[in-house]
Ligand binder design. Sequence first.
Ligand code: NAD
Length: 501
Amino acid sequence: MQNLPQIQHLIDGQLVAGGTRSQDVFNPATGLAEKRVLLADKHTVEQAIASAQAAYPAWRATPPLKRARVMSRLKTLLEDNAEQLCALLTAEHGKVLSDSMGELQRGIENVEYASYAPELLKGEHSKNVGPAMDSWSEFQPLGVTAGITPFNFPIMVPLWMWPMAIACGNTFVLKPSERDPSSALLVAELALQAGLPPGVLNVVNGDKEAVDTLLTDKRVQAISFVGSTPIAEYIYATGCAHGKRVQALGGAKNHAVLMPDADIGNAVSALMGAAFGSCGERCMAIPLVLAVGDATADAVVAGLQAEIAKMKVGPGTDADSDMGPLVTQAHFDKVKGYVDQGVKEGATLVVDGRTVSVPGHEGGYFLGACLFDHVKPGMTIYQEEIFGPVLGVMRVATLREAMDLINAHEYGNGTCIFTRDGEAARYFSDHILVGMVGINVPLPVPVAYHSFGGWKRSLFGDLSAYGPDAVRFYTKRKTITQRWPSAGVREGAVYSFPTNR
Ligand code: NAD
């Protein structure tokens, strides 16, 4: 075996080894293994939990403003180290550098929002709820909290979680994706530089063994998960069965509705980015267009075909690449398998990206953009999340038909409508069973001070990720009612239920 650089864990402020298993981390643009990540065993994860548990009392007692200042310093450090972070991200994930920069910036905005925690934690106060009686609610941290994150946003999704958890006074154990773990680890090291005490944030690399330890250990109070729906469902069921608060965000199949009155040229540009940006490996990507009317469908298919012909597929490090490779060989095989299946099931493959090759990068996991027309509801490529550069056009007769399809679909993460008709857009956003809706906005990913969450099988749990919901998720409400009886006044016993009657 080659002597590859090893990716370790960050426990109690130190980079440490732990676990006897490890796996290769590949550069998807070359197909070469460049590092090995250690896979934490139960004992290693327990050490991380113990470190978080030990750090909790002092961190909980740290004034929120001092906790927030760590976030402000971290924001600056992330900006100062942006180039290195994005290079690491692109080297392991494959996305083009400008996209890595966008991901990092969205992550930084979550750190910025977490720095407002003192304001967000202020609580509620009522004077004179009864005679000489005051009442207030405050939001107390939970203790040790944990996050398990997917490969597709290795910097941003961890930053949806731990900055707010920590700013609220919790400590944290993060388990990033084992496919591209380095950038999350570097961000955690920057947090130490920003002044985070050892043990407040720990990072364990690993797979199911590490996750299962977090899910079952009594010291872990809450789990945030982002990943595929089958695993999200498992995390939610197992975490809840072990008495934890759980939010588990799952997969997606986001439909865009294209109305006949839409600006087709601009819709085509928007769809190109939404379908093929990050090689389609986004939970808010648009893999399906429901075109209302055959003329609309013909126009959008022609427009997309022309744009795809101009697209440049290549390594994410090349400034002129529009789309990089898929993340791993296994994922490449899976996505390509979906294209094969779409052809077999009778959809019309208008653009076939399966033959793309990138000179000098023959071992890379490159798949060109694929465009299907005449996709039908029963087809596998309609039902299942593909998570690759595959866009399907489906022809529908009316907005109602489009909405019925979206509402019947298993997933409800994101959707959007392209139209110039305000009434149609308003009706759509009001009645569609999806958590995040765009009106002429193809990727309606909420900004850091709103919350992110899908409906149906795209989110298990009651609270969304980041934004105001994160403050609620990472705290528990305590309501205190206080009265100071006047000295010397004797009060008799009251047996009826206290009211203001
Ligand atoms: P994944 O479910 O394979 O992995 C996510 C995490 O779960 C990883 O940390 C992984 O180590 C862990 N994991 C995997 N298998 C496990 C098992 N059997 N038991 C316990 N833990 C396990 O997801 P992925 O492929 O890394 O990410 C892509 C998926 O994430 C897509 O489905 C995408 O839609 C989804 N996603 C959703 C959102 C959202 O906000 N809803 C955001 C990003 C990605």
